[in-house]
Write a protein that binds this ligand. Structure first.
Ligand SMILES: Cc1cc2nc3c(=O)[nH]c(=O)nc-3n(C[C@H](O)[C@H](O)[C@H](O)COP(=O)(O)O)c2cc1C
Length: 366
């Protein structure tokens, strides 16, 4: 039988009630990395709104891995305790809670978008030293070269610390009930900085060949898989392309090559996004489903399950992606900021029979 947007999906021993995922979206609302009422309402509303998987925003595995001082973190027990009731609420609504484990590398120590998004120098009160595959800072188009924040190239010991930080964060996440761990290796953040030849200028075993550049990501996925229970899935979010065809860069062929390597390391699904490594990127067309062809290429070339994301807003479009076997999961970002109950409304439009929260039953269309 053909799968639809509302057919449950089972990965390992974990069943998602449908194929809609709340895409990870930074809220820039945490203090010291701690979840608060904003996160409870944001994630809780999408769980009550019928999403299959509710993914947290990029959540720093260590303090210097946060994009901004207001990003979430999970580097201590206090952080785990702050988000635990939210995880419980998400589960109580029948949604599967996922955590995006993240390290921003040289794109850390930045101001939130509402404050201009620029780099915060390490010597300013809110700033800190960033680390990367390279010691070249992110070349912001609108910041003078001399004002770019320094970054420090990780040495072998530093690399091991990053791997440990991901694994420890995953252990904490499991302990408080998260059911999916997503390793963030997209959007020009640390793991992407190692994978892409645009940012990786290393000469050690983490630089040079495809195998060397992807080594850290592989080791992180293996370390997460080691502490993550067998029955729970691991996702990896990648940028399928750097959108830099004018130079030696990461492209879709690399992603098709990477997916089975990640599956071998313990990943169960590739969440396929794009870009973020360099401001020169040329996004070809940000219209409806603009990144779907990358997800499709990976799924077709490898049989590894994929999530598609990017400009997906229409229920019939999302449903067709699953029916036509172009994607296993469909992630919605901005559309679910506009419509927290998008899955419930989509089910109505598509004629699927789904449970509404008991409190909202009088709002059902039937
Ligand atoms: C406000 C906002 C914050 C975002 N934060 C993250 C993030 O924390 N991690 C991530 O992988 N992607 C992040 N993204 C990207 C989204 O997850 C999604 O991939 C992108 O918005 C394209 O999907 P859409 O067209 O459905 O919004 C963010 C996007 C937005 C709009």
């Amino acid at each position: 039988m053909t799968d639809t947007l509302f057919t449950p999906l089972t990965l390992r021993e974990t069943e998602f009630r449908n194929r809609v995922m709340l895409s990870p979206m930074c809220q820039y609302s945490a203090e010291d990395g701690l979840a608060n009422d904003w996160h409870r309402v944001h994630l809780g509303a999408r769980a009550a709104g019928g999403a299959g998987v509710v993914m947290t925003e990029a959540t720093g595995v260590e303090p210097r891995g946060r994009i901004t001082p207001n990003c979430l973190g999970i580097w201590s027990d206090e952080h785990a305790e702050a988000i635990e009731p939210i995880v419980e609420f998400v589960r109580s609504q029948g949604a599967t809670p996922g955590i995006q484990l993240a390290h921003a590398g040289r794109k850390a120590s930045h101001r939130p978008p509402a404050e201009g998004s620029g780099p915060i120098p390490a010597d300013e009160a809110d700033g800190w030293e960033t680390v990367s595959a390279t010691d070249e800072p992110y070349p912001h188009a609108n910041v003078d070269e001399g004002d770019l924040a320094d970054t420090r190239r990780l040495d072998g010991e530093g690399v091991d610390e990053v791997i440990d930080a991901f694994a420890t964060a995953a252990e904490r996440a499991h302990d408080i009930g998260f059911e999916v761990a997503e390793v963030h290796a997209a959007h020009g953040y640390l793991l992407h900085q190692f994978c892409s030849p645009v940012t990786n200028d290393r000469e050690d075993e983490y630089g040079g060949s495809f195998e060397n550049r992807t080594r850290l990501l592989r080791e992180v996925v293996e370390a997460v898989r080691e502490v993550w229970p067998d029955g729970k899935p691991v996702f990896v979010r990648i940028s399928a392309t750097d959108w830099l065809p004018d130079r030696d860069s990461w492209d879709v062929d690399d992603s098709v090559r990477l997916a089975p390597v990640l599956a071998e390391a313990g990943a169960d699904l590739i969440d396929v996004s794009g870009g973020g490594i360099h401001p020169d990127q040329a996004i070809p067309n940000a219209g409806p489903g603009y990144q779907v062809p990358y997800a499709e290429a990976i799924r077709e070339g490898t049989d590894v399950p994929v999530a598609a994301v990017g400009g997906i807003t229409e229920p019939t479009h999302a449903d067709a992606l699953v029916r036509n076997e172009r994607a296993d999961l469909v992630a919605l970002g901005r559309e679910m900021l506009r419509h927290p109950h998008w899955p419930l409304e989509a089910a109505h439009e598509l004629g699927a029979d789904v449970e509404w929260p008991v409190q909202y039953r009088r709002g059902r269309y039937d």
